[in-house]
Design a protein around this ligand. Sequence first.
Ligand code: GDP
Ligand code: IMO
Ligand code: MG
Length: 429
Amino acid sequence: MANVAVIGAQWGDEGKGKIVDWLAERADVVVRFQGGHNAGHTLVVGDKVYKLSLLPSGIVRGTPSVIGNGVVLDPWHLKSEIEKLRGQGVDVTPDTLKIADTCTLILPLHGELDGLREDASGTGKIGTTRRGIGPAYEDKVGRRAIRVCDLAHLDDLGPQLDRLTAHHDALRAGFGVAPIDRAALLDQLREIAGFVLPYAQPVWRMLHEARARGRRILFEGAQGVLLDIDHGTYPFVTSSNTVAGTAAAGTGLGPNAVGFVLGIAKAYTTRVGSGPFPTEQDNEIGERLGTRGHEFGTVTGRKRRCGWFDSVLVRQSAAVSGITGIALTKIDVLDGLDEVSICTGYRLGDQVLDYYPSNASDQKSVEPIYETMAGWQESTAGARSWAELPAQAIKYIRRIEELIQCPVALVSTSPEREDTILVRDPFAD
Ligand code: GDP
Ligand code: IMO
Ligand code: MG
């Protein structure tokens, strides 16, 4: 019996939320380990739609949920997300949700800085979610962050606040923005502390105990490997490591705690924000994928860019993240196409590459090499077994497995929780 880490194998929005919710039925605890409320995970249960950004997707089923130390946490967003979920009838209490007291806080100044930088970048902008994720991680690594545990000791924060404000006031001056109002910031923190602290604890202890008792831990990744700060399309990436290895460091469990790594990949490709995208279809095909797949960002509402499945990128994601099996989602979006294409390599000048080059200008210049096969006219939507899939769709899935050198463990055929085909049980591995 394995613990399972769910991670995105493309540029995010692969359907991690749906798969985590589905697996959470059999998990004893669900834990987020990186990112913050830049994530947008959608769960569809009957006629209810839940959109989670910061809370682990297990919370909707009532599975004990944990926000690990690797997450950057906006306490005001936490409050509003909890209140919104309560409004939808989901119970969130310190019994069902635990937050690592070592999480770095996202402060209002981080969101402000994120926005100022984006606005000043013109055509070079990253296209961030403007939620302060990058600036908060910078402060964490720069050792001037305020953490959840500090909320219980706000009067002792003097020297740390000195470091934080000195750094940010210099940056703000460069943008012509007023320095930080330290008293106002402390007041805001005092006000929110009472809400956050009942959830806070050294969560590594309860995770170790859960592990020692043989409980099943489900690690919920955010974003995707191609947005990873090291392995992604730098600089058009997020500010955390999104690969499965982070599940250990971001929770306080060792690497041997992560068993089956389930990479989530769409049957095509999408990207929101700037950056290279070799198989992008800025044409009728892209429009069709976007319309049928409802490809609009959960967090920002931005239209997602759409294109063909890129087996080079997913093979690379599987390699750098140690993916054991893939959950292939949104196969139904390809229903009714005459032909479907898969990228199998790149041309760069007179070279043919079977990997994605590291340099940003090479990443932009590569020309995809496609393999095209017949599509299928039958519907896959709502299929719950292989037998319900048309032969041509099975052929497409098998070809993807071959190209990415990784088996398909699950296939998802609609947004609805139960419309999922189980091929190989990740927990049983
Ligand atoms: P996440 O960030 O990886 O959790 O993915 P998002 O929730 O941002 O985006 C995935 C979208 O696709 C959501 O609207 C899901 O409800 C939807 N979705 C997930 N799986 C499927 C599927 O198999 N078919 C279809 N049509 N939609 C799906
Ligand atoms: P989920 O978990 C898709 C993208 C942003 C931008 C880049 C940096 O729903 O898959 P950031 O705000 O993190 O500094 O933005 O990363 N991005 C995502 N794209 N899905 C996400 O999360 C994303 N989180 C960040 O659009 O290009
Ligand atoms: Mg999303």
